[in-house]
Design a binder for this molecule. Structure first.
Ligand code: SF4
Length: 355
């Protein structure tokens, strides 16, 4: 697919837009609390799972010091999410966030937004103009074409930013209605070259959110639209990252990592794929080499159906078979198959990474 090349935005050392790969984001789902070892481990787990950028709500003055500590960690670019209070935006910029997300419409007087723009320009901080369909100004709420109204409002804000010669901009146009989100982004992309942060807001719990987000974001990305994304889930933020990464892999927009094919099981099953996949998932997430792994429920169909896989596993009774490109390379047992499979996977990884 041909991606639209947008005006690149610098988010710390990271570039969003231009010809850069589509990045994955999530948003911390609680107050920062404490920047301790537990917090750092969680951030590192998000990063290892494919998260490129992390956003934090900054609802009060007391959050600024913690935000400064997070920025100093340097684990990944940090975004401050600001509503209503331009002073919190200024303070967040001052302590070194790489991007702020504001809805200029709720920051108040125009001069306050201009202050934020000037501060961001001084430090090289990017700004996401984040518009949600649910928080359009009163005069636009009755609009018969909400998607076009969102695009036009974003255009007005862009004019304001450009009048300050500020172009380190990312735009998001989200709505809880999937089709409105699709159209708003499509209409924006036809008119503007700024990078788009894709997402469906208030998308719901895991299954509805991933289904809705994959459908809409997948359509946009397939049309070359979108530079960064968040799949927002009423649930785990690690799942948000995993879902985003999987979507990009599916669209061949991210190649780094393991591609898992596993059968759902059926009446012919002689190997418990559910058990094996859930036992191995933590290990699979640590693999960043491009390889296809197959976990198949029956020894008769499995290796043949997954003959394209770099490595696979199936079994019958207590016997387990590890295969490569459809041919059995090792016999194992239920008791030792997880460790044996890791060993065989490591051999494949070594072959792929040895030059
Ligand atoms: S691979 Fe075997 S167990 Fe899995 S769905 Fe196909 S026939 Fe059923």
């Amino acid at each position: 697919m041909d991606r639209k090349i947008t005006h690149p935005a610098k988010v710390g050392t990271f570039t969003v837009g231009g010809a850069s790969p589509v990045s994955v984001q999530t948003m911390w789902d609680k107050p920062i609390g404490a920047v301790d070892q537990h917090f750092i481990s969680q951030l590192e787990e998000l990063k290892a799972s494919g998260c490129d950028i992390i956003r934090f709500s900054v609802p009060a003055e007391g959050d600024i010091e913690l935000l400064a500590s997070v920025c100093k960690l340097g684990i990944m670019p940090v975004v401050a999410d600001i509503h209503f209070d331009y002073k919190l935006a200024l303070k967040s910029i001052h302590v070194g966030v790489d991007k702020i997300r504001i809805n200029p419409g709720n920051i108040g007087a125009e001069w306050k937004v201009r202050e934020v723009i000037k501060a961001a320009a001084d430090t090289g901080c990017a700004v996401r103009i984040g518009l949600n369909g649910g928080s359009l100004p009163h005069n636009l709420r009755g609009s018969t074409d909400k998607a076009a109204a969102m695009r036009d409002l974003a255009g007005d804000y862009i004019d304001l930013f450009q009048s300050e010669s500020f172009t380190n901009i990312i735009v998001s146009l989200k709505d809880s209605d999937a089709e409105t989100t699709y159209r708003a982004n499509k209409l924006f992309s036809e008119m503007f070259d700024y990078p788009l942060h894709l997402g469906v807001t208030e998308a719901g719990p895991l299954i509805p959110s991933v289904t809705k987000s994959a459908f809409i974001l997948g359509r946009l990305l397939s049309e070359g639209i979108g530079d960064t994304l968040r799949i927002s889930i009423t649930g785990s933020i690690l799942d948000e990252v995993r879902a985003g990464v999987e979507l990009l892999k599916l669209l061949n927009l991210r190649s780094n990592g393991l591609k898992l094919i596993s059968c759902p099981k059926c009446g012919r099953s002689s190997f418990d794929t559910h058990w094996f996949v859930s036992s191995m998932e933590p290990y699979f997430r640590t693999v960043h080499t491009d390889l296809t792994v197959a976990v198949m429920g029956c020894a008769v169909n499995g290796p043949g159906e997954a003959s394209h896989a770099d490595i696979g596993i199936t079994g019958i009774g207590r016997e387990v078979f590890i295969f490569r490109k459809g041919s059995i390379v090792r016999k194992s047992s239920i008791e030792s198959c997880t460790e044996d499979f890791k060993e065989e996977m490591q051999k494949v990884i070594n072959e792929k990474t040895d030059h």
